[in-house]
Design a protein around this ligand. Structure first.
Ligand code: T4K
Length: 374
C-alpha cells in the first residue's frame, strides 16, 4: 500500500483550456461590462434555458443566496420540513428567512427525505417541504409530490448536487415547484461560484430579478428590499464554457465510479447506494460509501484518519447532522432521526474528479482494502 506523494483531495475543479477562458475574457474587456446582467450572462442564460428545457430560470452569484431568495420570493413562512443530512447552507437559507426548520429522517437508499415521515411532521404552520437531492441522487419525488399536493405545501428542491441529472428523460428541475442548483467550484459543473433557480411559476421570475438586484425596477424605483446576489460576467463565462464539456465530464466520473464499485462493493463492511435505475441519468457528483465498523474492522472515523496518513483526503459529507451543529441544537426534533444518524456516522465520500487518474483510483482502493484487512 503505497502512500501518495501529493495529497489527493476529495475533489478538484475541472477547468476548461486556459486559452478558451482568455478568449472569452477579451470579449469582456472589450465590452467593459463586468456584472449587472451583462451580455455574456445574457447569452449564458439562453444556453441554460436550452439545457434545462425551460424559460423559467434565474442566475445568482452562489447557491446559498439563490435558495434564500427563492424562499423569500415564494413567500414561505412558518415551518418547513427539511433534511438534517445535507450541507449546512440548506437550513441556513430557512433561518435567514426566519422560517423554523423541522428536521425529518431520511430513507436508507438515497439518503433523501422519507416521504412517510415527512407527512407525520406536518402541522398547521407547515408551508413547504425543502428536500435535497443529496449527492445528486433524486429524492422520492413522486411520493413527496403526493404529500405536498394533499397538504397544499410548496415542494422545493435543493438540487445543489444535481446538475445534469435527468429523470424519465426530463431535467430534474422539471419536478417540484422550484429547484436550486449550486455552481460552486467543488461541484462537477461550476461557474467558479454561482447558483441558479429553475421554477414552475413564470410569475416568480420578476420577483427573483428584483430580489437579487436590491429590489430595483428600472432606475429610480425600488419595489422590495432586495439584496445583491447577481452573477458576474467572469462567472457566466466559466459557466458557459463548462457546459460543452458536461457530457464528457459525467462519462469520466462514471468510469471512476465503476472502478470504485468493482473494487470495493464486495469488501465486507463497505456499502454503496443501490445502482442508479435505468430511468435515471445520473451525474456521479460524489462517491459516498458507508462503513460498517463491525464488518470492516475499523470505524468510518478511523478510516478517514488512516487515509490521511496515505495522503488521501476523503471527506465526511455530511457529518455532523445539521441538528447537531451548535446553532441548530436548540431546534426541537420531534422524530427519531435514526437513519440519518446512522448514515452520518458511517458515510465517507471518496475522491472523485475528472483529473483523477485511474491508477490513482486503484491505489486508493488498494489502500482501503489493505487498511480493512489490518
Ligand atoms: N446546498 C447543498 C446541498 C450544498 O452542498 C451546498 C454547497 C449549498 C447548498 C450551497 O451552495 P453554494 O452557496 O456553495 O453555491 C464545499 C463547498 O464550498 C460547498 O459549495 C458545497 N455545498 C459543500 C458540499 O462543499 P467545503 O467546506 O467542504 O469546501 P472546501 O473548501 O473544504 O473544499 C472541498 C475540497 O475541494 C477540498 O479538498 C479542496 C478542494 N478545492 C476546493 C476549492 C474551492 C479545490 O481543489 N479547489 C477549489 O477551488 O464546502
Amino acid at each position: 500500500m503505497e502512500k501518495f506523494e501529493k495529497p489527493i483531495l476529495v475533489t478538484r475543479p475541472f477547468l476548461p483550456p486556459l486559452e478558451e477562458y482568455c478568449e472569452g475574457l477579451k470579449e469582456i474587456w472589450d465590452n467593459q461590462w463586468l456584472t449587472n446582467n451583462g451580455p455574456v450572462l445574457q447569452r449564458y442564460r439562453e444556453e441554460l434555458k436550452d439545457y434545462f428545457e425551460t424559460g423559467n430560470i434565474c442566475l445568482f452569484n452562489n447557491g446559498t443566496l439563490a435558495l434564500q431568495i427563492a424562499l423569500q420570493g415564494m413567500g414561505i413562512t412558518g415551518e418547513v420540513i427539511t433534511t438534517p443530512f445535507t450541507f449546512v447552507a440548506t437550513t441556513h437559507a430557512l433561518y435567514w428567512n426566519k422560517i423554523r426548520p423541522v428536521f425529518c429522517d431520511i430513507e436508507p437508499d438515497t439518503f433523501t427525505l422519507d416521504p412517510a415521515k415527512v407527512e407525520e411532521l406536518i402541522t398547521p404552520w407547515t408551508t413547504a417541504i425543502l428536500a435535497v437531492h443529496v449527492f445528486g441522487r433524486p429524492c422520492l419525488m413522486e411520493e413527496l409530490a403526493d404529500v405536498a399536493k394533499r397538504h397544499n405545501l410548496a415542494l422545493i428542491y435543493d438540487a445543489a448536487h444535481a446538475f445534469g441529472v435527468r429523470v424519465d428523460g426530463r431535467p430534474i428541475s422539471h419536478y417540484g415547484d422550484l429547484s436550486m442548483f449550486s455552481f460552486h467550484a467543488t461541484k462537477l459543473y461550476h461557474s467558479i461560484e454561482g447558483g441558479m433557480l429553475a421554477f414552475k411559476d413564470p410569475g416568480l421570475s420578476k420577483t427573483f430579478q428584483y430580489l437579487k438586484n436590491f429590489g430595483f425596477k428600472g432606475e429610480t424605483e425600488v419595489v422590495m428590499p432586495g439584496t445583491n446576489a447577481k452573477m458576474n460576467e467572469m462567472q457566466a463565462l466559466m459557466g458557459s464554457l463548462m457546459l460543452k464539456y458536461m457530457d464528457a465530464l459525467v462519462e469520466k466520473r462514471k468510469q471512476i465510479y465503476e472502478i470504485y464499485h468493482e473494487r470495493l462493493s464486495e469488501v465486507p463492511g463497505i456499502s454503496f447506494s443501490p445502482e442508479p435505475e435505468s430511468s435515471l441519468e445520473y451525474n456521479y457528483a460524489y462517491l459516498p460509501v458507508q462503513i460498517d465498523e463491525r464488518e470492516f474492522g475499523m470505524s468510518r472515523d478511523a478510516l478517514y484518519a488512516k487515509l490521511k496518513e496515505y495522503n488521501v483526503f476523503a471527506r465526511r459529507y455530511f457529518y455532523p447532522l445539521l441538528n447537531d451543529f451548535a446553532c441548530y441544537r436548540s431546534v426541537p426534533v420531534s422524530q427519531p432521526l435514526s437513519v440519518a444518524v446512522k448514515v452520518s456516522e458511517q458515510i465517507i465520500t471518496l475522491p472523485i474528479y475528472v483529473d483523477l487518474q485511474e491508477d490513482s483510483v486503484h491505489q486508493i482502493c488498494d489502500i482501503i482494502v489493505g487498511i480493512g484487512k489490518n
